[in-house]
Design a protein around this ligand. Structure first.
Ligand SMILES: Nc1ncnc2c1ncn2[C@@H]1O[C@H](COP(=O)(O)OP(=O)(O)OP(=O)(O)O)[C@@H](O)[C@H]1O
Length: 741
């Protein structure tokens, strides 16, 4: 690399309508520094990245240089920074509509005239530079390599993203084409994502649990030019389908040795060297052509309501939402620390771990890939995050584990814990409403129990714990309140770039909080109790679904409101409560509308050895149910044939020798079948009409799981997929019933 560092000075000036931002130059020479001189967006038919050189032929994997390792090798800073004047007009491309389904078409932003929502739109690169300016030598990413703790500062992180962006250009990444990233959270995931965006591409996460066909669907849909995979396991999936990916030019594997050579297949170290001879000018020309109202990221929905859709998010969606959320979580601007472990292809993890953290200039610790199999606890204790987000299943698992440990404690300890928990619950209910009455004994309980529990969980520095992405039970929320760890609920969707309502300073149990500043909620067609469809407005609302105009106009109405498909109501203090999902409403052949979740939850509550319940009946004559038994889950998260302790206890009480799910199903074990039938009859007795009664049910051989495909990454039931998987069993239920008529 030929650039010398002369000085690294970041400056920012702001006048009324002109924002001065930084740009990078090489050897002191300004590169298209003044954005006001860039051609008007209408004239930019040809974007710099579309002129990217095709990869040199043939693209075989070069032999790694002696001594070269897979590790991230922070580049020395090589660029000087100058100030660049950008005005609102030059950060936005012309656009006449608020939505778009074309990858290259900009949208009109939902800007407010003043106050929240009126902030100047900025690109990802501009947000990144603002943070590098403030936090240059502050740790951005902390990860482990061969057991050693490694750190990238914000400056090094930025340089790595530029290096990756150059390598993507060298590989022939075309403007608005995808880079698919398939792997567990790591610095390479972040760097690939941001590098792709800086190079004019669309960062696209792919779920690690996807089958080869599901990976192919996403990679083909986003017209991926490059796929970045974690390891041999993920690589194998891509190699199976790569011949059906006409846009694919290269694959990069970011962990482990390559176990095979293939053309256009690179290790991470090879990839990062590829762009070394790409001039800074070439990359900077692309960066300065990025526009805040153009697409930079695709989030694929996980398929709980049908075929995955590519949710197009603009730079402004990401930067505005991240900045707004960051101001809410960190008022002091302290050195915030968080842990990256939830799937980054889901909007919640991506928004928090990459973008909110960037807006805060905080530090992200990476968990081990087996975080959810138990090592998350260790990472929590090492990182001691200042805020922490878990999906409901994470909180439930923590609760289960702590309860199991508590059950083994001595009677004396149990008594102390129960006493402290009653005080904790009392205090937190009072704090919730703002009364803040501190019960007698709270200080003692805090010293004896709460502080110790927090320290043991690694949450002693944690200012706010969050849950979101799926419903959580009141029982779990109260459990953590009783330990003086109130868990704050967030609600939103991929189509709202993540959060729409948040609970931070104020909260109400089972409510998902109040609308974010600058956003609005409308409840459409409310019923007598005020329950209506939750509709969102704000700069977090997505651009559209890639290549799906019909689905887009279903989700966005003519005025630009996003229809969530969720039902909700407000209380007198504007707290929002989710009360149902219209998108999973069952409409029977008789035309009766039936929300499945209350019936499913009621059956689970009546029959404690059931793990999952799924109601069927859409376009069918009556309701039936698929049931699974509680079983032990192995280290990969796969359900085994072994019954859990709870189910075994039921066996013991009923004199059943069986210990396996298969034995219960094969023998149609009468005690189990009777308990289920009686439980369902009790639920039916409470139903409001005959159409709401469950008439038939079957027990499946295997529990639902993420790896099995029945559950999405946030543990939401993927109903259409379950129907497809168990179509034969469903047909049997309805055919048998038809035969009897
Ligand atoms: N706090 C919450 N409480 C209850 N439900 C929630 C909460 N947060 C999110 N949800 C549910 O999750 C939905 C958003 O799902 P998300 O956009 O994360 O997509 P997904 O999991 O990929 O699934 P899909 O395939 O259904 O789009 C919301 O519409 C709502 O139904």
């Amino acid at each position: 690399m030929d650039g010398n560092v002369e000085s690294i000075s970041f400056q920012k000036e702001q006048t009324e309508d002109v924002k001065t931002l930084s740009a990078v130059v090489l050897n002191g020479k300004a590169i298209t520094a003044d954005l006001s001189e860039t051609p008007a967006a209408e004239d930019q038919e040809t974007h710099p990245a579309s002129n990217a050189e095709p990869p040199a032929e043939p693209l075989t994997s070069p032999e790694p240089e002696a001594g070269a390792t897979e590790e991230l090798q922070p580049e020395e800073p090589k660029a000087t920074v100058l100030t660049v004047k950008t005005s609102l007009a030059t950060t936005l491309a012309p656009a006449d509509q608020q939505w778009s389904t074309r990858r290259d078409k900009a949208v009109r932003l939902r800007m407010e005239g003043s106050g929240p929502g009126s902030e100047t739109p900025i690109t990802i690169h501009q947000l990144f530079l603002e943070t590098v300016e403030k936090c240059e030598n502050h740790p951005a990413l902390i990860y482990k390599e061969n057991g050693q703790v490694m750190t990238l500062t914000w400056r090094q992180y930025y340089e790595q993203c530029r290096a990756a962006a150059k390598s993507f250009l060298k590989l022939g990444l075309e403007r608005y084409h995808g880079v698919g990233i398939l792997g567990f959270n790591s610095p390479e995931w972040f760097i690939s994502d941001i590098g792709c965006i800086l190079a004019g591409g669309l960062g696209t996460g792919i779920y690690t649990t996807n089958s080869p066909e599901a990976c192919q669907y996403v990679a083909a849909n986003c017209e991926a030019n490059v796929l970045v995979v974690e390891n041999q396991k993920q690589l194998q999936k891509i190699l199976q389908v790569k011949d059906h990916l006409p846009h694919l030019k290269a694959i990069v594997q970011y962990k482990g040795e390559l176990q095979q050579k293939a053309p256009n297949l690179y290790t991470w170290a090879e990839f990062m060297r590829l762009g070394e001879d790409v001039p800074n000018e070439q990359l900077d020309a692309v960066i300065t052509s990025l526009r805040a109202n153009e697409c930079c990221t695709l989030i694929y929905t996980s398929g709980t309501t049908g075929t995955p859709k590519g949710v197009m998010l603009s730079h402004d969606n990401m930067t505005w939402t991240a900045t707004t959320a960051a101001k809410l979580v960190s008022k002091s601007g302290d050195n915030e620390v968080l842990i990256s472990y939830l799937p980054l292809s889901h909007v919640a993890a991506q928004m928090i771990d990459i973008w909110v953290c960037m807006s805060l200039g905080g530090t992200t610790y990476f968990a081990d890939p087996d975080a959810l199999k138990g090592t998350l606890g260790n990472t929590l204790k090492e990182a001691r995050p200042t805020f922490f987000m878990g999906v409901p299943r994470v909180w439930e698992k923590m609760q289960e584990r702590m309860k199991a440990m508590g059950a083994k404690a001595s009677p004396m300890r149990k008594r102390v814990a129960d006493w402290a928990k009653s005080i904790g619950l009392q205090y937190n209910y009072s704090a919730m409403t703002g009364e803040n009455l501190v019960p007698w004994g709270f200080m003692l309980a805090n010293n004896l129990v709460f502080k110790k529990v927090r320290a043991a969980l690694g949450l002693d520095r944690c200012k706010i714990c969050f849950t979101g992405a799926a419903p959580i039970t009141k029982d779990t929320l109260e459990y953590f309140m009783s330990l003086n760890i109130p868990v704050m609920e967030l609600y939103g969707m991929s189509e709202s770039s993540g959060p729409h309502t948040v609970s931070i300073d104020e909260y109400r149990i089972t409510s998902c909080g109040k609308v974010m500043p600058g956003c609005k909620t409308k409840l459409e067609n409310p019923d007598a109790d005020g329950n209506g469809e939750i509709c969102f407005w704000g700069r977090h609302v997505f651009m559209g679904y890639l290549n799906m105009p019909d689905k887009t106009t279903e989700a966005l109405d003519e005025e630009g409101w996003l229809h969530s498909g969720d039902l909700g109501r407000h209380d007198e203090n504007d707290f929002l409560y989710i009360t149902g999902r219209i998108k999973e409403l069952i409409i029977t052949a008789g035309g009766e509308n039936i929300p499945p979740v209350p019936i499913e939850d009621a059956v689970k509550a009546e029959v404690p050895f059931l793990s999952n319940t799924m109601l069927l009946g859409d376009k069918l004559k009556f309701l039936s149910m698929l049931l699974t038994l509680k079983c032990v889950v192995d280290d990969n998260g796969d359900p085994t044939d072994e019954l859990t302790a709870e189910a075994l206890e039921f066996c013991r009480q009923n004199g059943i020798a069986a210990t396996k799910v298969s034995e219960i199903v094969a023998n149609k074990e009468p005690a189990f079948y009777t308990a289920i039938q009686e439980g369902i009859e009790r639920v039916n007795a409470r139903s409001t009409s005959n159409a709401q009664k469950v008439q038939k049910w079957v027990i499946l051989d295997r529990d639902f799981s993420i790896t099995g495909g029945e559950l999405g990454p946030t543990m939401k039931l993927r109903r259409p997929i379950v129907v497809k998987m168990y179509q034969d069993r469903i047909d049997e239920i309805y055919a048998a019933a038809a035969g009897k008529q």
